[in-house]
Design a protein around this ligand. Sequence first.
Ligand SMILES: NC(=O)c1ccc[n+]([C@@H]2O[C@H](COP(=O)([O-])OP(=O)(O)OC[C@H]3O[C@@H](n4cnc5c(N)ncnc54)[C@H](OP(=O)(O)O)[C@@H]3O)[C@@H](O)[C@H]2O)c1
Length: 293
Amino acid sequence: MVEKNSLPKILILGGKGLLGSEMARVLTANGYAVKTASHAELDITKGMEVAVWIERLQPEIVINCAALSDVDFCEKNPDLAFKVNAEGVKNICLPLQEIGGRLIHISSDYVFDGKKKSPYVETDLVSPVNIYGKSKLKGEEYVQKILPQSFIVRVQWLYGAHGKNFASQLVRTITTGEVMGPYSLILDRVGTPTPVGVIANVVPRMMTLREGGLFHLSARGGCSWVEFGKAVFEINSRKDFDRWVRAVTEIQNLRLAQRPPYSVLSSDFFERTFQYEFSHWTEALSNVIHYFK
Ligand SMILES: NC(=O)c1ccc[n+]([C@@H]2O[C@H](COP(=O)([O-])OP(=O)(O)OC[C@H]3O[C@@H](n4cnc5c(N)ncnc54)[C@H](OP(=O)(O)O)[C@@H]3O)[C@@H](O)[C@H]2O)c1
């Protein structure tokens, strides 16, 4: 049993976001002394302010969930994307280096181009196809250079019971019956939908590793968005999938930013390192759906 006061003091940036808020909830429930900073409270592009927060709070660990996560917005605003997702990360690394703190930095499957046909491992070559991915990669590079003992955690296709992004709303509205369809779901993009709780729950385990590292964290398996939607209907015993879902190809769905067609992440390295087994995405989805019932 770990003594409560021996647990590290944690600062979560982007603490009001989808992952940041779940991270705060889970770590607080596990007895950690958690302080969160929302975007309104602390803008990570303001280096001086980030330094003041870190020097005042002296956190042993900072978890950076702050990011410009809207992929098409990043494509339209490349300067801002790099300012937040890359320079913002550098702003966190520098004062943390000064106080000897560690960083858990959240990154993305979008550092890959999606040309692979089997799950991406940590040693695979990175080659982002859009501005968001390029800016996230630059952020990773700052962490590796300035704080090599830290963690870089690549995640993908996140959703949560309280989330506002598309995947979260899809699950919530179909489950609660306030269907807001028709939903256009992509047929030819494959990844692994992963509830934020699945990520947040393994962070205490990860923090026990002194040397840090690069880890892919996701539920097991993979699917297209259409298959994900079908599973949401099936788990809810709904027979009206065809009425509400329109399957579209990536080309039909033309968006500003190109997306990797395949970005399943292999969590094998994490599982081997920590003797842990992630749940399959369908099981993780069932758990989120049962939360509403
Ligand atoms: N969601 C996914 O499927 C997914 C996939 C791969 C990787 N990720 C990564 O996972 C992490 C968490 O993402 P998320 O899904 O939780 O996204 P999110 O809900 O958009 O959370 C990001 C948070 O960062 C805040 N933020 C934006 N600009 C900021 C700034 N300059 N300073 C401080 N805070 C700022 C946002 O605040 P405002 O909204 O108020 O601006 C928001 O609360 C990010 O690193 C993201 O790149 C997410």
